[in-house]
Design a protein around this ligand. Structure first.
Ligand code: MN
Ligand code: MN
Length: 298
């Protein structure tokens, strides 16, 4: 079965950029600079970020990207999740790694990678999503860790990062299956037994996405809506990406806030472990075929 060449290209670039980070020493680097490096490497390889590089420390599980004012630095003791999205004409590859600068969590990171491997082993045409969840959950339990039960993988379609199907990280009573032709991200998140095994919404971060392309009364807002549509369609973006159109970060932030209040864009809350447990993540994007599954981001 043929997989679109755009998916193959996006997957290759995403995995190259991800693996390049393993060779970098990120200690002492600002989160902002790491994100800029990731996004720049994606562009150098001839693709675009499918969403702002997410860089989440310790108990933050997902949806954090720094603003230009963020001076946070990666330091000894941190567990750093870096989640990378690459798109080629809207065809998306989504992959993540956890880098540990704290040996107390080496096993957590290893178990998360094992859980992803285990999950990928059960994926085939017509696999039940509950079997994928069970594979993640049972691997976590073997190591005495907890899967994050309210974070899941997802199906992917052109320009749609979460295309409808959720792929759980725990066993769920569902008969839903994955089928040949589908593109999916599988992404276990694990925490320690001190954690709740779930995330809760924290404050809004710096990640947004266009939900409606409607006209408003303010020309500046309408111009911004067109910029968002032209550049990102319905994919997530961050205000720091718009600085080439606006002189000032506060200006663009306030315009986006107005779009949020007008329900033209959605905002993603930062997701934190509910009891402050340290979280690790691993993620691959796969293409399901008649013969099995192809890992696009291997
Ligand atoms: Mn991801
Ligand atoms: Mn994902």
């Amino acid at each position: 079965m043929n997989i679109r060449e755009e998916y193959i290209k996006a997957g290759k670039i995403a995995s190259e950029v991800r693996d390049s980070l393993r060779k970098d020493n990120l200690l002492g680097k600002r989160l902002l600079d790491v994100c800029k490096i990731v996004e720049e490497r994606i562009k150098q390889k001839g693709a675009k970020p499918a969403f702002p590089c997410n860089i989440c420390l310790n108990e933050i599980a997902a949806h954090y990207t720094p603003s230009p004012k963020d001076t946070t630095v990666i330091k000894e003791g941190d567990v750093v999740k870096i989640d990378i999205g690459v798109q080629v004409d809207g065809f998306i590859a989504d992959t993540a790694i956890t880098l540990g600068y704290n040996s107390n969590y080496d096993l957590l990171i290893l178990a998360t990678e094992k859980a992803l491997k285990k999950a990928l082993k059960v994926v085939r045409n017509e696999v039940k999503i509950s079997d994928i969840g069970r594979a993640v959950e049972s691997t976590a339990l073997i190591y005495n860790f907890k899967p994050i039960s309210n974070l899941s993988g997802h199906s992917i379609e052109q320009y749609i990062i979460h295309a409808g199907k959720s792929i759980p990280n725990v066993w769920v009573p569902s008969t839903q299956t994955l089928k040949k032709g589908e593109i999916c991200a599988i992404e276990p998140f694990l925490t320690t037994k001190e954690g709740a095994g779930s995330v809760k919404d924290a404050e809004y971060g710096n990640i947004y996405a266009l939900i409606a392309r409607k006209r408003l009364k303010d020309k500046r807002l309408n111009d911004l809506i067109e910029i968002l549509w032209e550049n990102f369609k319905t994919l997530p973006f961050t205000p720091r990406w718009l600085l080439k159109y606006y002189d000032d970060y506060d200006e663009v932030s306030s315009l986006i806030l107005q779009l949020f209040k007008s329900k033209v864009v959605r905002a993603y809350p930062i997701l934190k472990e509910a009891k402050g447990g340290i979280v690790a993540q691993a993620e691959h994007t796969i293409a399901l075929t008649e013969e099995g599954c192809i890992i696009l981001t291997e």
